[in-house]
Design a protein around this ligand. Structure first.
Ligand code: H2U
Ligand code: ZN
Length: 349
């Protein structure tokens, strides 16, 4: 196969080797007029403490429990957990009502992680030591939940902003730990394993080396981590945060790398906020090796940021119609998105 490293100018498809899916790129459509939905701007000027907030220190939650007067991060079992630890064990399945009606029991645990007692601060406003504390809490939770005998995978994630369905502006994320590999993770699992068998190296180590060489999709980097707009990004300002060293999970990070991850998260979210001058909505999450006790050293830990906004604080990208029925499509090129994010200053500049 001949390799040409310059990005195509016309309409083209790009391949995502992590999920083995394609995205259609139509760069010429960026100038089309927009008369569709404009999002409501999120409420500004939040109080430090909100007596109505179920995440603020000292307040009562819907389940009746009262939060302690916490000062750093605070983790609790979700009062409305989607997964429960005491469902029937999966090894009693699979069960089928027929060849086409298949179901499977699933056990798990859902937790909520408050990043800070301050109701009004997001990741971008937290200090590096505070974000480092979030990284440490994630690491501890990954270890604790991953050690449960029925947990094969721990998904750490955050929905930020009303637009992404967050129920509350108080800075928080969630953790869902469950018994089977979720579909998105299973795709990446298979792709990383098969790439290793064929190429005898790590898919994301090889990908990162190429991106660092080309530079055009890199947004920021520090000693340990890089944030870039992936070549196959679907969301307009989607980013991928990659460790420079091959580490399967948070548990493999050195102290300095945990600081490095906190630094990249601070700088990336600061740039996002400056892009359209608002607290930038997104869904983000970490992908790490499964915790089923198997040997998964092939896994290269990473974080995905999926923000919905396209051209301003109020105009979002909809993944509807063609995307739902055929394949994802984007107008803004990943290279242009990376350039916009690179141009934004962060507090390290
Ligand atoms: P989101 O903002 O991403 O929806 O996360 C908030 C979570 O907090 C949500 O999963 C839980 C909801 O179930 N929650 C509680 O556990 N206790 C409460 O008192 C309200 C909300
Ligand atoms: Zn609050």
């Amino acid at each position: 196969m001949s390799v040409n490293l310059s990005v195509p100018a016309g309409v083209h498809r790009r391949y995502n080797p992590l999920t083995r899916e394609w995205v259609l790129v139509s760069p010429h459509r960026m100038e089309r007029p927009w008369q569709g939905q404009a999002e409501r701007l999120p409420q500004q000027e939040l109080p430090h403490y909100d007596p109505q907030c179920y995440l603020c220190p000292g307040n009562q939650r819907a389940g009746g429990e009262r939060n302690p007067d916490y000062s750093g991060t605070y983790v609790f079992d979700n009062d409305f957990s989607a997964l429960l630890p005491r469902a029937a064990p999966a090894h009693e399945g699979p069960r089928a009502m027929s060849a086409l009606l298949v179901h499977h029991p699933e056990r798990g645990v859902c937790r909520v992680v408050c990043y800070s007692p301050r109701h009004d601060q997001t990741m971008a406003q937290l200090s590096r030591p505070q974000i480092r504390q979030v990284v440490d809490t994630w690491t501890q939770q990954y270890y604790e939940l991953g050690s449960l005998p029925f947990v094969s995978y721990v998904q750490i994630f955050e929905n930020k902003g009303e637009m992404m369905g967050a129920s509350n502006p108080h800075p928080h994320g969630q953790i869902w730990a469950n018994e089977s590999l979720p579909s998105e993770v299973a795709k990446e699992h298979l792709a990383q394993n098969e790439y290793l068998l064929e190429a005898e190296s790590c898919l994301l180590c090889d990908y990162l080396a190429q991106e660092l060489h080309l530079g055009e999709r890199v947004v920021i980097e520090n000693e340990g981590f890089v944030a870039l707009v992936p070549f196959w990004a679907v969301w307009p300002f989607e980013t991928l945060v990659l460790g420079k060293r091959h580490t399967p999970s948070l548990l493999h990070l050195a102290e300095s790398e945990r600081d490095g991850l906190a630094d990249i998260l601070k700088r990336l979210t600061t740039r996002y906020d400056r892009l359209f001058g608002i607290s930038f909505p997104y869904s983000m999450g970490l992908h790490q090796q499964p915790t089923d006790g198997g040997d998964h050293r092939t896994w290269h830990m990473h974080a995905h940021f999926y923000p919905p906004l396209l051209r301003s604080a109020t105009v979002r990208k909809f993944l509807v119609g063609y995307e739902m029925l055929a394949q994802p499509q984007r107008d803004l090129t990943p290279e242009a998105a990376a350039m916009r994010l690179r141009e934004m200053p962060d507090d390290a500049d």
